[in-house]
Design a protein. Sequence first.
Length: 399
Amino acid sequence: MAPVGAFGAAIISCMFAQRTKWNLASNRLSEALARHRASGRPPIDLTVSNPTEAGFVYDGESILDALRHPDVLKYHPDPQGLPAARRAVAEYYSQRGAGVSIEDIVLTTSTSEAYSFVFRMLCDRGDEILVPAPSYPLFDFLADIQDVKLLPYRLFYDHGWQIDFRALKDAITARSRAVIVVHPNNPTGHFLQPRDLQELNAICSSRNMTLIADEVFLDFGLQEAPPFTCTSNRDALTFTMSGLSKICGLPQMKMAWLVASGPAQPKAEALARLDVIADTFLSVSAPIQLATPALLKQQGNFQTQVKARVRENLADLDRLLRMQTTCSRLRVEGGWYAVLRIPATQADEDCAIELLDGQSVYIHPGHFYNFPGEGYLVASLIVPPPEFAEGIKRLLSMF
């Protein structure tokens, strides 16, 4: 007979690693969403993140043709990835003014896998990675799986988002191995400034630490001048990550990469170690690697659509905000999200549940992204415009 009750639960718990002992119970917002959907009333979803379900138009024929490469029937394993795919990635950076050698590129199935490779290479059990707050909650799970401890460093808002460098320096200990920056940040939408990178280089190089730059939203800036990429960083050992998921709006294709840059000696040592890690898994499928040059050519069409939609939704958001005086939005420079500032009269989660139950609008509360205190909601800017405008109208009607 299977064990039951508290004693049985304790026995089962002992079977599994502590690193995966997460609280898997649904939170109150998830439960409210499940009830709402079960009632047959789909809400307006202001959390949309999957571009393939957001109404964008893809060149389906070209994408399918890219997957019919004749060499898919052959196997030529390369730990760093097939040269043709890496050349296509290098060309992507060349178009952005950065010279990247294919020898410095390692292909992975996702940026999550790229993080896992770098965490495993840099950290022993219990070592530390500094991560911005607010930021995307995925880092918590990646760190747990790799036995790494996260140390948050604060981002603060003052006429735009800023890194609190004093807080960052104070958080560093003898076991700190790297600093993560998200460029632009998700969900705040702010880019690193050149002075920020100089300060980060000084911190990392003086403490034998590494810089990890997540650039998945790099191409979605709202400013006219293109942002710099950290692949050109030479003053500290740096790993820059991106992939097809955001660049081309193709998360299902499972193609990402990391680019190593920095001083020659530590970069060479890092690539040698990464080569062994990548060779152990050989995770990226040959058909996707062979399709990568053609798939990257889809980026222009997709990005044009996304930028137009983001600008349209931001314009609608600003128009609706001008019609009231209670709520506002914080400055956004790029990415797919807007941070709304609302009256901090209740917990953000309570506000999101009230909005879902009362107005049939689903939105993420600020605590989901580790915002400081209450009074923040995060809205996706790739929601189809009519739904976005209606959702914002209903949201503002609560205040």
